[in-house]
Design a protein around this ligand. Structure first.
Ligand code: SF4
Length: 329
């Protein structure tokens, strides 16, 4: 039996952006994205703001109606747009959860923390009595480092880090297998970020969780991820084991992200070269022809403008989309 919990094939998410008939325009937020995640694994997804990583995670949970592609979860097809397959999400909502970026906006200020965590228990009818519901809530708060006293308080009484813990307890309340962690530490103080990352790791070990961990900062993702995928303008450009990706990257965009990671050792930092990309990320309304990275790539040539690079496996588990990886080594 395969250990793949998540299998994504050619995922596409376009959002309408005005116009009629043949002049209809679309934001190509996610285009032809494929990856898998094994049970108990963390796949990190990185890229600049607006590159489609958050949309990818939310589309899998059908918080957006997918435009194209196929999503297979634990061997069962959840949606296959080209073949018009789309199953009821309710049973999957218990198995797949999301932790949102903004702990300030994602918690209802009028609900107590106990009720926020208890809401999903009610929706999925996971408790047969008030006592059992209460016990589950307290257990979930305990798992994230809070306690029973916190259950009767309101979100505004908590710090940012504590609110994110509440968001995590809410996701855990239904005993999920897979969690989309959608930039869960980006809004937090740097001093709190490491604590929350450690908590994600501890919960994974205790509960056998599988994560899609989304962040714009590669230095954060590399610590928690087994493998990392890099996105640029709606497409995956490279994916590999974390160590392989951060030490032997092949795509020029990945190289620029790695060069931006601060280095603690001043000697090594002095010897390393920062790769600064020219220009801005083009609009996903009108992405460049061929390779979407070509307007910022120092190695771009005519082929890059004419032909989109194929997503190919160049060594075991190391995938890249670039015509000229030999130039970039
Ligand atoms: Fe650069 Fe061409 Fe490779 Fe794209 S395909 S990353 S433009 S060299």
């Amino acid at each position: 039996m395969s250990d793949r919990l998540v299998q994504v094939d050619h995922l596409r998410q376009y959002f309408p952006a005005g116009g009629y008939g043949r002049k209809k325009r679309f934001i190509q937020a996610v285009d032809d994205v494929s990856f898998y995640i094994e049970k108990g694994e963390t796949l990190g997804l990185v890229g600049e703001s607006g590159c489609g990583k958050t949309t990818t995670g939310r589309t899998l949970l059908k918080l957006y109606e997918p435009t194209g592609g196929k999503f297979t979860y634990d061997g069962k097809v959840v949606f296959d747009i080209e073949n018009k397959v789309s199953v009821d999400m309710l049973p999957y909502r218990k198995r797949m959860q999301i932790v949102f970026q903004d702990p300030y906006a994602s918690l209802d200020p009028r609900m107590t923390v106990g009720d926020i965590v208890g809401e999903a228990i009610d929706v999925h009818k996971l408790a047969s009595s008030k006592q059992e519901r209460y016990d589950i809530i307290i257990e979930m708060l305990r798992r994230v480092g809070l306690n029973s006293e916190h259950a009767n308080r309101y979100p505004h009484e908590f710090s940012g880090g504590q609110r994110q813990r509440v968001g995590i307890a809410r996701a855990l309340a239904v005993s999920p297998e897979f969690i989309v962690c959608d930039e869960p530490i980006s809004a937090l103080d740097v001093s709190i970020q490491a604590q929350v990352i450690n908590m994600f790791e501890d919960l994974q070990a205790e509960m056998g969780l599988t994560y899609l961990f989304i962040a714009h900062d590669l230095s954060v993702v590399k610590h928690i991820s087994n493998r990392i995928g890099v996105m640029y303008l709606g497409r995956l450009v490279e994916l590999a084991d974390s160590y392989e990706l951060t030490t032997r990257s092949l795509h020029p965009y990945t190289k620029s992200l790695i060069s931006a990671i601060p280095i603690a050792d001043p000697k090594v930092a002095k010897a390393s070269k920062r790769i600064v990309l020219e220009g801005d990320v083009p609009s996903p309304l009108n992405p460049p022809s061929g390779c979407r990275f070509r307007t910022r790539c120092p190695y771009a040539d005519e082929r890059c403008a004419a032909e989109a690079p194929e997503w190919r496996e160049v060594s075991s588990g190391h995938y890249v989309a670039c015509h000229h990886i030999e130039k970039c080594r």
